[in-house]
Design a protein around this ligand. Structure first.
Ligand code: CP
Length: 309
């Protein structure tokens, strides 16, 4: 593969290769010498049309730890403001020698458009409510690391499924890797076409969390709600917020995940987010390893074994 646009393009074996490669990458950057020359001479450019803390900074660090030249275009102070198109902006970046472009955009399919227009590798860092493949890969990595396996585990994804690219990419990857998937939330935040995907739908939080292994709690995407349909957040928290009381009912063996950023105290309490069962910070660390693996696999660096010392 040259691009990473959607996990639907990947086989189970390819997903597993990415997870295995990320394991080696995590060993590199968690030891004292954090940097290897594997991507020396490669130029990687980030184009983020939507805000990001985790995805953008972890891609930056991932590239730097592999010695690539990393550059990010600050979209809000760029010629995009003067009306330059997405494709023209990317072609300009390519003319400066980009080997890969990492892009986040509010329009579903924007990275696909870019992949058709430029020769560089395109990595989708989130396109509207469509897909967030690198997030789902780091979530798969985190589940495998914490639980020892993914196949046979029961994962409940709770919250705003309808507007969530994280939910879509997670459901796809979990099904592919043999997990059992549930979604839990109010009917207004669960899309109608879910029957096409292999998931069980629950509208009651306690029922949906009974007997699970992992709960992945999602943020309400306030920025993507249709006009006039914004959920009442206090009511949402009452019925679907995950707090210590709910977690006690679910059991102390259940792993708590959240892609971040959280709406603090809305879908998750700080006590749960920073509690013993949470792997939220580990997810962030694993995000660097996954993005190192992807940059390495897609931009074809030298072999890690040859350059690690
Ligand atoms: N999870 C995630 O994509 O976070 P950011 O929006 O901070 O990148």
């Amino acid at each position: 593969h040259k691009h990473l646009l959607d996990l639907m393009d990947l086989s189970r074996e390819e997903i597993q290769l990415i997870l295995d490669t990320a394991e080696s990458m995590k060993e590199i950057f968690t030891r004292s010498i954090k940097k290897v020359p594997t991507l020396r001479g490669k130029t990687i450019i980030s184009l983020f049309y939507e805000p990001s803390t985790r995805t953008k900074s972890s891609f930056d660090l991932a590239g730097k730890r592999l010695s690539a030249d990393m550059m990010s275009l600050s979209v809000s102070t760029s010629s995009v403001v003067k009306g330059e198109s997405l494709v023209d902006t990317a072609k300009t970046m390519e003319a400066m020698g980009a080997d890969a472009v990492i892009m986040r955009h509010s329009m579903p399919g924007a990275p696909h458009l870019l992949a058709e227009s430029i020769d560089a590798s395109v990595l989708n860092a989130g396109d509207g409510a469509h897909a967030h493949p690198t997030q789902a890969l780091l979530d798969m990595y985190s589940i495998r690391e914490e639980r020892g396996k993914i196949a046979g585990e029961t994962i409940a994804i709770v919250g705003d499924i309808k507007h969530s690219r994280v939910a879509r990419s997670n459901i796809w990857a979990l099904n592919k890797l043999g997990a059992k998937v549930r979604v839990v939330g109010p009917p207004t935040l669960i899309p109608a076409n879910l029957e096409e995907m292999d998931v069980e739908v629950y509208y009651d939080l306690e029922e949906g969390l009974e007997g699970i292994d992992v709960v992945n709690i999602l943020r309400i995407q306030l920025e993507r709600q249709e006009a006039g349909y914004l959920p009442n957040l206090r009511e949402y928290t009452k019925f679907y917020g995950v707090d210590e009381k709910i977690l006690e009912l679910v059991g102390d063996e259940v792993t708590v995940m959240h892609p971040g950023p959280t709406n603090r105290g809305v879908e998750i309490t700080p006590e749960v987010a920073y509690g013993d069962q949470s792997v939220i910070n580990e997810q962030v660390t694993n995000g660097v390893a996954i993005r190192m693996a992807l940059l390495y696999l897609l931009t074809g660096g030298e072999k890690i074994e040859e350059t690690a010392n």
